[in-house]
Design a protein around this ligand. Structure first.
Ligand SMILES: CC(=O)SCCNC(=O)CCNC(=O)[C@H](O)C(C)(C)COP(=O)(O)OP(=O)(O)OC[C@H]1O[C@@H](n2cnc3c(N)ncnc32)[C@H](O)[C@@H]1OP(=O)(O)O
Ligand SMILES: O=C(O)CCC(=O)C(=O)O
Ligand SMILES: [Zn+2]
Length: 410
C-alpha cells in the first residue's frame, strides 16, 4: 500500500525519496546568538554529524577570522565521509582563501533582492553575474564543487533570478541555491519558485529556509516535492535570529514520508545525543515541544488517547519512538486519566483488580487530581490503599483461577 503521507506516486518532480542534507550547524549555527564553538567542539560536532550520516557539512567562511580558517583546515583533515563545504561571499578574495583550505566544495552566496543590492553590497545584477561567473570558474578550475546561491531569493525579481541561475548553470555550477533569508516564504511560493527554477536549470537545487514565520520545515518539504534535492539544516535549527530548518524536525517530517529511505541513510538513534551535544555547546535546553526529542514528544496523557495507545500505538502516533531509540510513556497521574490507563498501572504494580474496581479507584484518583497536581507516587498510593482495603471477597486475587496454588504458597 502506498504511504498516504509520502509523495504522490504521480509527482514526477519530487525528491522526497532521494533528498540530501547540507548540515550547517558549523556555519549558519555559528551565527546563532549564543554560539561560540572552540576548535575541539567543532571537531566533536563534525564527527557526530558525520556519524549521524549527513551528506555535507558546511563550515563558516575561512575569511571570517584566522581561527575560522584554521578550523576549516582541521575539519577537512579529519577524513570524514561527509563532504566538507565552506560558505563565502561572491568575491575572488574569499574564493582564493576557500580553495586552499582543503574543502570538497564551496558555497557562494550573494544578495539579489533590491534590499540587499541597495543596503548590503551595493552591486547591480550585471556586476553580480560577472562576479559569480568569475568565482565559479575559478573554484571549478581547482577541481572543487561549487554552488551558487542568491540570498533573499523570495524578495528578488524572478527575471533577475532566472537569468543568473541560467547563466551559472550553463558554465557548469554543481548546484544552485534558493535562500529564504528572512523567513518570509510560504509553502505555495516555495513550490512555485522551485518548480520554475527546475524548468530552467539542469543542475541540482539546494534550499535554505529561515523560520521567522514558522514555515521552515514545511517549506523544506515542499521544496523537495517541487524538485529541490538538498536542504540546509542545523541541529535544533540554530542560526541567525530564530534559525533555520532543524535537522530533527526535518527528520520527523521525512520519516513520515519515506521511512525506509530515512532509516537506511541516517542513524536516527543518535539524534538525541547530537542535539544534547549542540544544546550544551550553545547553552540552551532542548525545547519541550521539539519534534522527536522534546521531553513529551511520545507522552500520552488524556484518557481517550491512553486507552487507544495501549491498544495500538498507531492510533495517536505517526512516528515510532523506537525508530529513534526512544520509548513512549503514558502519563496517568492526572485528572484527565481514564480507567484503561489506571488498569495498565495496576497491572504494572502486579495487583489484581477487576475492571469495575479499576473504575472505582480511577474515580478516587480523579477526585485527588481535582485538588492538586499528582505524581506517580500519589497514584500508586491510592491504588495500593484501595487494594489493601478490599474485603477478601472483593479481592480479585482471592478469586483467581488457581486457588490451589495460592493456598499452597501460604
Ligand atoms: C545570509 C547569511 O547568513 S550570509 C553569511 C553570513 N556570514 C558571515 O557574515 C560570515 C562572518 N562575517 C565576517 O566575518 C565578516 O562580515 C566578513 C569577514 C565576511 C567581512 O567583514 P568586513 O570586511 O569587516 O565587512 P562587513 O562585515 O562590515 O560588511 C560586509 C561586507 O561584505 C560585502 N558583502 C556582503 N555580502 C556579500 C556577498 N554576498 N558577496 C560579496 N560581498 C558581499 C559588503 O558589501 C561589505 O563590504 P564593504 O565593507 O566593502 O561594504
Ligand atoms: O548560502 C545560502 O544559500 C544561504 C545563506 C544564508 O544563510 C541565508 O541567506 O539565510
Ligand atoms: Zn541563513
Amino acid at each position: 500500500m502506498s504511504n498516504p503521507y509520502g509523495p504522490n506516486p504521480g509527482d514526477y518532480l519530487s525528491n522526497v525519496r532521494s533528498f540530501q542534507l547540507i548540515e550547517s550547524t558549523l556555519r549558519e549555527g555559528e551565527q546563532f546568538a549564543n554560539a561560540f564553538f572552540s576548535t575541539e567542539k567543532k571537531i566533536e560536532i563534525a564527527k557526530a554529524l558525520d556519524d549521524f550520516g549527513v551528506d555535507y557539512i558546511e563550515l563558516t567562511s575561512p575569511v571570517a577570522s584566522e581561527q575560522s580558517r584554521l578550523d576549516c583546515e582541521a575539519i577537512c583533515k579529519l577524513g570524514l565521509k561527509a563532504k566538507i563545504l565552506t560558505h563565502i561571499r561572491c568575491h575572488m578574495d574569499d574564493a582564493r582563501v576557500a580553495v586552499e583550505t582543503g574543502v570538497d566544495g564551496v558555497d557562494v552566496v550573494i544578495g539579489t533582492s533590491s534590499f540587499l543590492r541597495e543596503y548590503s553590497h551595493g552591486k547591480d545584477m550585471s556586476y553580480i553575474t560577472n562576479s559569480a561567473v568569475e568565482v565559479i570558474e575559478f573554484v571549478k578550475s581547482k577541481g572543487i564543487e561549487i554552488r551558487f546561491s542568491s540570498e533573499d531569493s523570495f524578495r528578488s525579481d524572478i527575471v533577475d533570478l532566472l537569468n543568473i541561475y541560467r547563466t551559472v548553470d550553463k558554465i557548469g555550477v554543481n548546484r544552485v541555491g534558493i535562500a529564504d533569508t528572512v523567513g518570509c516564504a510560504n509553502p505555495r511560493q516555495v513550490y512555485e519558485l522551485v518548480k520554475t527554477l527546475k524548468s530552467v536549470v539542469s543542475c541540482d537545487i539546494e534550499c535554505h529556509f529561515h523560520n521567522d514565520t514558522g514555515c521552515a520545515i514545511a517549506n523544506a518539504y515542499t521544496a523537495l516535492e517541487a524538485g529541490a534535492k538538498l536542504i540546509d539544516v542545523s541541529v535544533l535549527g540554530i542560526g541567525e535570529r530564530n534559525g533555520i530548518t532543524p535537522l530533527g524536525g526535518l527528520m520527523a517530517r521525512m520519516i513520515a514520508a519515506d521511512r525506509e529511505y530515512v532509516l537506511g541513510k541516517y542513524k536516527l538513534h543518535k539524534l538525541r545525543d547530537l542535539e544534547n551535544l549542540v544544546a550544551d555547546a550553545v547553552q540552551v535546553n532542548v525545547p519541550f515541544n521539539n519534534p522527536i526529542t522534546g521531553f513529551c514528544a511520545f507522552t500520552h496523557k488524556a484518557g481517550i488517547h491512553a486507552k487507544a495507545i495501549l491498544a495500538n500505538p498507531s492510533t495517536y502516533e505517526i512516528l515510532n519512538p523506537a525508530d529513534f531509540g526512544l520509548t513512549r510513556y503514558i502519563h496517568f497521574a492526572n485528572r484527565l486519566t481514564g480507567w484503561n490507563a489506571i488498569k495498565s498501572r495496576v497491572d504494572q504494580l502486579n495487583l489484581n483488580l477487576t475492571d469495575d474496581q479499576c473504575k472505582e479507584v480511577t474515580a478516587k484518583i480523579k477526585l485527588m487530581g481535582d485538588i492538586r497536581p499528582l505524581n506517580i507516587d500519589d497514584v500508586d498510593s491510592i491504588i495500593k490503599d484501595f487494594h489493601a482495603d478490599l474485603k477478601p471477597s472483593e479481592d480479585k486475587s482471592e478469586q483467581s483461577e488457581e486457588p490451589e496454588v495460592k493456598k499452597q504458597k501460604v
